[in-house]
Design a protein around this ligand. Structure first.
Ligand code: HEM
Length: 628
């Protein structure tokens, strides 16, 4: 029995120093000092409680739980010689036979005098150092290297706003895996395919949590959406529903008419504005937001008030992407969160209020139309199948097995969080990429000519682009892939958070670290890509099988990798190519006189062109009806 009950934490009925990896590293010292003090006190004195036999044991709860009332006792010397005390006591403690608290008695002994306290600290640090060495040094991996930063603030004051570039620069000094302290938040940045593989393949489930920030929690109802919810049954349920009902081949086939209608409306409106400058990002954003809304609830926003909201949506979503990526002092110093020093929470709340209003209109439309639209249950695929109304479906799912037709506050928030995700994730990413592709094509006329030739060959100028043409447009596909390489929409993906400490490379990544994957830097690594800064779509023609969007090639990850890979990938892939093919096939594009192209970015979770791309469309199809 004695061997079984020790302080190691292996007997789970007895855990005074904790257990497992986080067992208190100083427990051998702690237990020794405790025994030594008690033995010395008992051996040197006889003790008598000043309260007589009535000692009480009520406690005061805290991180360290203490005795509520100090124990007061009278020490009476019991050793044979006086000199035996002089070694122990600075003051003639032994001689003072009056009541004192045990803690003050301890403070009066030499062991706890100023000098001894210093020694104690050294001893403590020694044990801590040895424990750290044992854990991370000798045999056990250490934390990755990284810049030192300032005490308390860490690297926070040195961070520039374009994190992907800053992180890429730091990796030149510290290598493909390094750490940064942002305040007291430990962050690790990964910049190599083999390490990404460890995170998103070998330890995928450990790294499947997101690192929730105050901004994300405010915007997405405490992580009730798909992108920020923790890995677990709730995330699985909503992601599965979204992918099955909106992203499966049959659902996408069923919604083709909606996409086609919106693309044709966009081409028609461009035809009316032909030969005048057009803001491409704005145009495509409108097309995408209409498409997503049609797919979500079978309707776009049409009343005057709703049109106003529709026009504001792009700005709101753009601001959301920026606020989500902004380093926030409150995240790294939770004690300061109530001050919201940078106003990040206030801004996120304003954006969330706007979305609340927007989504309540959508939800009320969807529930009003319930009887009209209904959820289709037939399994027929093809254009004649009525598309499913996702809002209604989510609503029905929440209502399953319930009486009445009201959602609880929690369920309402879940519904809104998922819808915010789809509207935010589904619009800004794709429209941003269309804008980058068009800008690169206007800069590289040879590439533009080549893709125009492909469109003429595959589609012809007597007809319009249809989705079935897309798989034959190999050069266009290579252009899109090359643009996603140079300007990945989410250059740092969405950060991950390990659910337990784990070794990656040779280094320890502790539980709850914020992990960034710098895809932007990987996509521009000269060891992985020839002429990495050049726009050369042909590299993807030659290696078309080697690079897809699945996240299995860890040198090319525009949609992420592993379990948390982009959930909207099938739609994004289709829409990107369909919109680009339609814009390029229907018009010749020129820059307005005197306008110079530039490629500066506005950093956010989604990295956009800083200055909007403005270009002039000129009709090129054989008949005006093709624009109708
Ligand atoms: C060009 C377009 C797009 C790009 C480049 C893109 C990129 C990404 C990336 C990099 C991630 C993070 C993956 C990771 O952490 O490994 C992501 C997540 C996500 N994306 Fe996309 N995306 C695009 C379009 C879309 C669309 C159209 C939708 C929905 C309609 C969508 C919905 C989502 C969702 C819900 C997540 C979170 C997945 C999860 O955490 O389980 N995305 N996307």
């Amino acid at each position: 029995m004695p061997g079984k009950v020790d302080y190691s934490g292996n007997n789970f009925k007895y855990l005074p120093f904790g257990s497992g990896r986080r067992v208190w590293a100083g427990y051998p010292w702690g237990s020794k000092i405790l025994k030594y003090t008690v033995a010395s006190f008992l051996h040197s004195f006889e003790w008598q409680s000043s309260a007589g036999p009535e000692v009480e044991f009520s406690d005061k709860f805290g991180l360290v739980t203490k005795k509520m009332n100090p124990l007061v006792a009278v020490p009476r010397p019991r050793l044979s010689k006086l000199e035996l005390y002089s070694e122990l006591s600075r003051q003639p403690f032994y001689a003072l036979e009056h009541p004192r608290t045990i803690t003050s008695a301890m403070m009066e002994t030499n062991m706890f005098s100023g000098l001894a306290l210093g020694i104690l600290l050294v001893v403590l640090s020694h044990f801590f150092f040895r424990a750290t060495l044992r854990r991370f040094g000798s045999g056990r991996p250490s934390l990755p290297p990284g810049p030192r930063g300032l005490p308390f603030l860490g690297y926070l004051p040195f961070l520039r706003t374009d994190l992907h570039r800053e992180f890429a620069k730091l990796s030149e000094t510290y290598g493909p895996i390094y750490k940064l302290w942002l305040g007291n938040k430990l962050c690790v940045v990964i910049t190599s395919p083999s390490l990404v593989k460890e995170i998103t393949r070998d330890h995928d489930s450990v790294f499947a949590n997101r690192d929730m920030t105050i901004a994300a929690s405010t915007l997405f109802y405490n992580g009730k959406d798909i992108a920020f919810s923790d890995y677990g049954t709730y995330w699985m349920k909503i992601r599965k529903l979204f992918v099955r009902e909106m992203m499966s081949n049959s659902s996408l086939d069923a919604t083709y008419d909606l996409r086609r209608l919106e693309v044709r409306k966009c081409i028609g409106s461009l035809y009316e504005k032909a030969r005048s400058p057009v803001d491409i990002g704005e145009l495509v954003y409108l097309l995408l937001s209409n498409t997503i809304m049609e797919m979500l609830w079978g309707h776009t926003l049409e009343s005057e008030k709703e049109k106003g909201l529709r026009l504001e949506l792009r700005k709101v979503v753009g601001d959301i992407m920026v606020v989500l990526a902004k380093p926030n002092i409150s995240d790294v110093f939770p004690a300061l969160a109530c001050f919201d020093i940078q106003g990040v929470k206030r801004q996120a709340k304003r954006l969330n209020d706007w979305f609340e209003n927007f989504l309540s209109i959508i939800i009320s439309h969807a529930t009003e139309r319930k009887s009209g639209m209904g959820v289709e249950t037939d399994k027929k695929v093809g254009h004649d199948r009525k598309p499913r109304n996702i809002v209604q479906l989510l609503f029905d799912l929440q209502m399953e097995g319930k009486e009445g037709n009201a959602l609880s506050e929690d369920e309402n928030q879940e519904l809104k969080a998922v819808l915010t995700d789809i509207v935010v994730g589904g619009t800004d990413t794709t429209s941003t990429m269309v804008e980058w592709v068009m800008a690169l094509l206007l800069q590289h006329r040879d590439v533009l000519d080549k893709v125009m030739a492909e469109l003429t060959e595959i589609v012809g100028t007597n007809s319009i682009v249809e989705e079935f043409h897309l798989r034959k447009l190999k050069y266009l596909e290579a252009i899109v892939k090359e643009t996603l390489r140079l300007y990945p929409a989410a250059p740092l993906l969405l950060s991950r958070r390990p659910s337990q400490s784990v070794v990656v490379g040779r280094y320890m990544i502790p539980k709850d670290t914020r992990v960034y994957v710098n895809v932007w830097a990987i996509h521009r690594d000269p060891q992985l890509w020839e002429d990495p800064l050049e726009f050369k779509p042909d590299r993807f023609l030659e290696n078309s099988g080697k690079f897809d969007y699945s996240g299995n090639n860890f040198a090319y990850l525009p949609f992420g990798s592993g379990r948390r890979v982009c959930a909207g990938l099938p739609l994004a892939d289709k829409m990107l190519k369909y919109i680009l093919a339609s814009l390029l096939h229907s018009f010749e594009w020129e820059l307005p006189d005197g306008v110079e192209l530039e490629f500066k970015e506005r950093f956010g979770i989604v990295c956009k062109k800083l200055k909007p791309l403005v270009a002039i469309p000129m009709p090129r199809l054989s008949r005006a009806e093709l624009y109708a």
